[in-house]
Design a binder for this molecule. Structure first.
Ligand SMILES: Nc1ncnc2c1ncn2[C@@H]1O[C@H](COP(=O)(O)OP(=O)(O)OP(=O)(O)O)[C@@H](O)[C@H]1O
Ligand SMILES: [Mg+2]
Length: 310
């Protein structure tokens, strides 16, 4: 491992790193990255952000929009942002080493922050794997569909029996083990169902049930789900989020969707920092850093797969 990364990881004073990861594309990584950045800023933290998705650059583009909005409304808060691996043309790509150097430079430059939020592309790459090495908190959004579930775990044709972990889950378990070996504190893995429909469908119930079964096997926390809401889609071009409404008064919107969306995002932030209770009107998120008891069942042994409905 790169010597900077090694000493950076073992430094107890460094910022906490929150990574949005899932090899399945379109699950909501960038949407959640945007909201986690905005939520941490609204709570008064110094926030850095890194966009590892050089092709789409969704987080970077959102922050460009937000920078423009700030020109008119100075109270809008911005993170210190870095974009990694922006290729100069569609055919040219930078090498894995060159990208890793850029990540190291980005981390060094963001050392005076409390949190660094990293958005990753929806595909496996050397860089994406490397990003999982320095994650303190990994957030994996998943849409409530068997297709998305398949990126986490293999189930039989009726989804009643868990067959084994996916390549991605194995990668995360491996990273958890590596961190333990290196004594750099446990990786906190939070899985969140995103784009939940308003009607409780059979597939949503079934996917939720499988995830609940997986909690003790893979050692993740299953956060309260996030619903499919217009408010999470419509504010991108304005560079705004639900946190800019009720709390900061920038948004002149106070509809139900906004209030409910804000509560969902606050609950997610509470889960990230270890406070799994549902949020009240103002979520305290200042006590990050307490050591979590290590989960007794972190997926070391898959054993015999149990039936979901015995
Ligand atoms: N909770 C939500 N409610 C409504 N729309 C959502 C929600 N989450 C994500 N979306 C929409 O779903 C689409 C995919 O989301 P997003 O781009 O965040 O996924 P991603 O995982 O970053 O994708 P990629 O792997 O391509 O980077 C976007 O159109 C986004 O606006
Ligand atoms: Mg994305």
């Amino acid at each position: 491992m790169n010597s900077f990364l090694k000493s950076w990881l073992t430094n107890g004073q460094r910022p906490r790193v929150v990574i949005l990861g899932n090899e399945k594309g379109g699950s909501g990584k960038s949407t959640l990255a945007i909201h986690i950045v905005a939520g941490l800023l609204a709570a008064g933290f110094r926030v850095g952000s890194i966009d590892l998705d050089g092709r789409q650059g969704t987080l970077s583009r959102f922050l460009e929009n937000r920078r423009r909005a700030k020109a008119e409304r100075p109270e809008i808060l911005l993170p210190q942002h870095r974009q990694v691996s922006l290729s100069r043309s569609a055919t040219e790509d930078r090498s894995g080493d060159e990208k890793l150097d850029q990540v190291v430079t980005a981390l060094e430059g963001l050392s005076d922050t409390d949190f660094i939020v990293v958005d990753t592309p929806g595909s496996d790459s050397v860089l994406c794997r490397a990003a999982h090495v320095f994650a303190d908190i990994l957030v994996t959004p998943l849409n409530p569909s068997y297709l998305d579930l398949d990126a986490m775990v293999e189930v039989d044709e009726s989804a009643e029996r868990i067959v084994g972990p996916s390549a991605y889950s194995e990668l995360v378990l491996y990273m958890m083990e590596k961190r333990r070996e290196m004594r750099i504190g446990d990786l906190r893995w939070v899985v969140v169902l995103n784009r939940l429909p308003n009607v409780n469908t059979k597939v949503t119930r079934s996917v939720t049930q499988v995830l609940e079964e997986l909690v003790p096997r893979l050692g993740f926390r299953l956060a309260e789900g996030i619903h499919d809401r217009v408010v999470f889609r419509e504010l991108f071009l304005q560079g705004l989020t639900v946190f800019d409404g009720v709390d900061r008064g920038v948004l002149r919107l106070a509809n139900r969707g906004l209030r409910h969306g804000l509560k969902e995002m606050r609950d997610l932030l509470a889960t990230l920092q270890g406070d799994d209770r549902p949020s009240r009107a103002t979520t305290p998120i200042g006590n990050y850093g307490r050591t979590e008891p290590r989960s007794e069942t972190t997926g070391e042994s898959w054993g015999r797969p149990p039936a979901v409905n015995p």
